[in-house]
Design a protein around this ligand. Structure first.
Ligand SMILES: [Fe+2]
Length: 308
């Protein structure tokens, strides 16, 4: 019997930006999120009744980020604080509702220096935002880099009670919390300082993914990866590049929830097919990937020789 979960769900992603107005415009037009509140220091955007899924704040170091998770209850927050104390990891008490729009929280940095915030409750909006063409269901996850995936997994499991859903060798791990979604967090081995790789919005159907994709292209955004299906979670999604920073926003659908009982994380190869099941090639094509297509072969054919 595994121990109880401490984290209920992902709450928000906070991103430091150079120009809050420009970033807000991008996440409204391309991200299709709704502005819930603009403050002198930043902006809060959402796709649901939760006050924010995305918090943008003015930063001297654009690309700074923080990921917020909601604790299962107040006792779980206390337990996480006690586990940080036991490891000698400092944390700040936060969660000023009038500023942060969350109640009671603790903020700390994981061993890679990534700032995490665990809160008890987020303000909700009286009415959900109007969703026109893309039906959004929730903020689903954030994936960031780490120096050592196994050590990173151990920290997030031991301190936050996350469970491993799948591994890509020991180079990526997907972590779930109490809401059961395959991953609410992902850690990927990447050299250099810890950085946000992407955050993901779960949408209702493939039609919503495609409408989000086509709108992004219409608005002049760039796709970091076009439509694909991940082997680990089975989700189908696209990745739209942030115009100023080195990460993307993913729109995905068909992301499963896992029952903890009896589940064991798989170790999958880190390969093109694991990343996108639709990249699997039939054996003949895999053996001879460079067979020329008919048209280029004809173009390349030598001109008929004249008779001597
Ligand atoms: Fe993702």
């Amino acid at each position: 019997m595994s121990e109880a979960h401490l984290v209920k769900r992902i709450g928000y992603v906070g991103i430091g930006v150079a120009d809050v107005d420009r970033a807000t415009d991008f996440y409204e037009r391309v991200g299709q999120l709704s502005l819930s509140e603009r403050t002198p220091e930043g902006a809060f955007l959402t796709g649901g009744v939760e006050h924010h899924w995305l918090r943008l704040y003015k930063s001297q170091a654009p690309g700074d980020f923080r990921v917020g998770y909601e604790a299962v209850d107040a006792a779980a927050l206390e337990e996480i604080a006690a586990r940080l104390d036991a490891r000698g990891i400092a944390y700040e008490e936060g969660g000023d509702l009038s500023v942060d729009r969350i109640d009671r929280s603790i903020r700390f940095r994981n061993p890679d220096g990534v700032e995490l915030e665990i809160f008890t409750q987020m303000m909700e909006l009286p009415t959900p935002p109007r969703q026109t063409t893309v039906k959004m269901l929730k903020l689903l996850h954030a994936v960031w880099s780490t120096q050592d995936v196994v050590a990173g997994y151990q920290f997030h499991a031991d301190v936050l009670g996350f469970r491993d859903s799948d591994w890509l060798e020991r180079r990526v791990v997907f972590l779930r919390c109490a809401d059961g979604y395959h991953h609410s967090a992902g850690l990927a081995a990447t050299p250099g300082p810890a950085a946000l790789q992407h955050f993901c919005i779960l949408v209702d159907t493939i039609d919503d993914v495609m409408r989000a994709r086509n709108n992004a292209l219409d608005q002049g955004a760039e796709l970091l990866q076009d439509l694909l299906r991940h082997a680990a979670s089975g989700s189908i999604g696209v990745y739209v590049k942030d115009p100023d920073l080195n990460f993307s926003v993913e729109f995905c659908t068909s992301h499963p929830q896992i029952e903890d009982e009896g589940y064991r994380a798989r170790i999958l190869p880190k390969s093109a097919v694991t990343s996108d099941l639709w990249q699997e090639k039939p054996p003949a094509a895999a053996m001879a990937p460079s067979l020329p297509l008919l048209a280029p072969a004809l173009e390349a054919a030598p001109a008929p020789r004249k008779r001597a």
